[in-house]
Design a protein around this ligand. Structure first.
Ligand code: ATP
Length: 258
């Protein structure tokens, strides 16, 4: 199945019906690392206001797809359209300016800075600058756990707290299109529930999302469209209710309900 499957699915019809192109379209995309190819002719489409979950077992190419979409690595072939405009090979910072943000997997924080210094840096505004106080307050509102630790060095936070610190600035100033990679990594189940609830709120406020996940259960609750990658190709593309969990492979399949 191709990206057309997603366009047919639910919310994507808004885009087709209104004559607007999908917010993001990936067409026949291939990418890799040196001689190694990780993606083979991947196509998908994401309509404004929808949430797409990209699922699949380890090594399926999910993170590579996120990196290509957000401009961190260049595809070897294929095209990426943002608002109908070809942005293939565009640098990450340029895409970020066009409101495409990437919340990468892992804990990308500055260990030797405090929680608040990290937030100020990531919010991209100098202390006291316009909008700083509001954005900071929003970050603490989203993750109250961080508020009590604002003067603590990031290095001394727990793994889950570091993950929250990495996510807080992105969610405090939500972009138009958010690509979230493996939110579940390093988060205890109770925190994961909270973070997904936050993500749902951000989505309801209008942010379009691509959520890359191995924990199928959480992703299915959030997303209306699903793409399953397997060995770098699209194994399924369609509405969440049509997904046969057997297509996701051992990691994703057993993750449901975990
Ligand atoms: P996981 O769920 O385990 O994170 P994934 O679906 O996100 O997996 P990718 O991380 O995109 O998969 O990896 C796809 C393939 O590309 C894998 O075989 C991986 O080993 C390879 N790969 C990923 N990053 C690199 C890299 N920097 N250099 C070389 N190969 C890489």
């Amino acid at each position: 199945m191709t990206g057309a499957g997603v366009v047919e699915a639910g919310g994507a019809m808004q885009g087709a019906g209104s004559g607007h192109p999908p917010l993001l379209e990936v067409i026949d995309l291939s990418a890799g690392y040196g001689p190694y190819r990780a993606l083979f002719g991947v196509s998908l489409a994401v309509v404004a206001g929808s949430a797409l979950a990209v699922l699949g077992p380890n090594g399926a190419g999910k993170t590579t797809l996120a990196r290509v979409i957000t401009g961190l690595i260049r595809p070897t072939s294929g095209r990426i359209l943002l608002d109908g405009e070809d942005v293939t090979g565009e640098r990450a910072w340029r895409l970020a300016r066009r409101a495409l943000r990437h919340a990468p997997e892992g804990r990308s924080v500055f260990a030797s800075l405090t929680v608040e210094e990290n937030l100020l840096l990531q919010l991209g505004v100098a202390a006291g600058g316009a909008g700083t106080a509001d954005a900071l307050a929003r970050a603490y509102e989203l993750f109250p756990r961080l508020a009590g630790r604002r003067r603590q060095l990031a290095a001394t936070l727990s793994g889950g707290e570091q993950r929250m610190l990495a996510l807080a600035p992105v969610l405090a100033r939500p972009p138009r299109l958010l690509v979230v990679d493996e939110l579940s990594l390093g988060l205890a189940p109770v925190l994961l529930d909270q973070v997904y609830a936050t993500l749902r709120g951000v989505r309801e406020a209008g942010t379009t999302m691509i959520v890359i996940e191995q924990r199928v259960h959480h992703a299915l609750d959030l997303a209306d469209h699903i793409v399953v990658l397997d060995k770098g190709t699209v194994a399924f593309d369609g509405p969440a209710e049509r997904l046969d969990l057997g297509t996701i492979g051992p990691t994703g399949g057993t993750a449901r309900g975990s």
